[in-house]
Design a protein around this ligand. Structure first.
Ligand SMILES: NC(=O)C1=CN([C@@H]2O[C@H](COP(=O)(O)OP(=O)(O)OC[C@H]3O[C@@H](n4cnc5c(N)ncnc54)[C@H](O)[C@@H]3O)[C@@H](O)[C@H]2O)C=CC1
Ligand SMILES: O=C([O-])CC(=O)C(=O)O
Length: 336
């Protein structure tokens, strides 16, 4: 009798680990829609919750016809709709906010997106304080510190559970190198550290299969300003959405693998990091080992060459300002 109930309990806990609710805030947008589709295709997701200020129920109805097992619910744009979308969620992806138009920097999005992210962070702090929060909304270098400040103010900040999504930078870097070298991008794992805008994006080619590429200024520039290529080509209709959806889905998949027990899952992400705190930089993207509790281990930047040292110097200045701007925003505009 005792044995049977123990076995039953064990069976329940194993299957429970393989069931994860994932929420997308901004689900009806350019990123949100393909991201929701990719998450619907992921068998590790059991429940997909879609929220937006407009259109989430429609996107959910559409995606829900895809014949995989997960349930999909689109929530109304009301405070209770948002709270219900978040309750019980293990991973919350946030692509809510406006994208760039040609001529804008990511920082130009701050005035609009800072308050959007602040208010969504408040809802997360209330309804799913233990979830892993994956921030896609730009400028990531500032929106991630905004989420941290909001969680801190409510006494629920867990630095291991907050991630700025920088996956697209490594996706681009591996593709650009593979185009240049005529290789398979799957074999080109390029480390990219720092932040997610312009010179704060620092590719470390010296650690790759092609260390000589660190002196290829054109390639370095292409990785740093890859987002601009898409903004220009879309000509006013937004920025990267499809490649971003793939990158966001990749990070979510890695996180689900780690939550569901796989060891040694490593992805880059912009996290609360000790690496350069002595220089006043509280958040930094480097390789992160993921675990059931979120950040398991933050990898150091490792050996860099002289070119990359210069890139890091340039990164630090901008990154520090971007982070401070996010913090100052919450201090001056705590909201309701
Ligand atoms: N981290 C990264 O690597 C990347 C980040 N981005 C950023 O992602 C963000 C979204 O880009 P797109 O999807 O192209 O924009 P979009 O305008 O197509 O979609 C944004 C969606 O957010 C929704 N939204 C706005 N305020 C909201 C709120 N308070 N609550 C819930 N939803 C809300 C809108 O209704 C819209 O459906 C932008 O800030 C963009 O710069 C874009 C590409 C890469
Ligand atoms: O460039 C943008 O504004 C969107 C973005 O973050 C990217 O594509 O990396």
């Amino acid at each position: 009798m005792f044995m049977a109930s123990r076995i039953q309990r064990r069976a329940f806990s194993v299957s429970a680990r393989n069931l994860s609710k994932v929420t997308v805030l901004g689900a009806a947008g350019g990123i949100g829609q393909p991201l929701s589709l990719l998450l619907k295709l992921n068998p590790r997701v059991s429940e997909l919750a879609l929220y937006d200020i407009r259109g989430a129920p429609g996107v959910a109805a559409d995606v829900s016809h895809v014949n995989t097992k997960s349930t999909v619910t689109g929530y109304e744009a009301t405070p209770s709709g948002l709270a219900n979308a978040l309750k019980g969620s293990e991973i919350v992806l946030i692509p809510a906010g406006v994208p760039r138009k040609p001529g804008m920097t990511r920082d130009d999005l701050f005035n609009t997106n800072a308050s959007i992210v602040r208010d969504l962070a408040k809802a997360c702090a209330e309804s799913c304080p233990d979830a892993n929060i994956l921030v896609i909304s730009n400028p990531v270098n500032s929106t991630v510190p905004i989420v941290a400040e909001i969680f801190k103010a409510r006494g629920v900040y867990n630095p291991k559970r907050l991630f700025g999504v920088t996956t697209l930078d490594v996706v681009r870097a591996s593709r650009f190198v593979s185009e240049l070298k005529k290789t398979d991008p799957a074999d080109e794992n390029i480390v990219v550290v720092g932040g997610h805008s312009g010179v704060t994006i620092v590719p470390l080619f010296s650690q790759s299969n092609h260390p000589e590429l660190s002196s290829n200024a054109e390639l370095v520039n292409r990785v740093q300003f890859g987002g601009d290529e898409v903004v220009k080509a879309k000509d006013g209709a937004g920025s990267a959405t499809l490649s971003m959806a793939m990158a966001g889905a990749r990070l979510a998949e890695s996180m689900l693998r780690a939550i569901q027990g796989e060891k040694g899952v490593v992805e880059p992400a912009f996290v609360d990091s000790p690496l350069y705190k002595d220089q006043g930089i509280d958040f930094f993207s480097s390789k992160i080992e993921l675990g059931p509790s979120g950040v398991e281990k933050i990898h150091p930047v490792g050996k860099v060459d002289a070119n990359e040292e210069k890139l890091l110097e340039a990164c630090f200045g901008d990154l520090k300002k971007n982070i401070e701007k996010g913090k100052a925003f919450v201090a001056a505009n705590p909201g309701k």
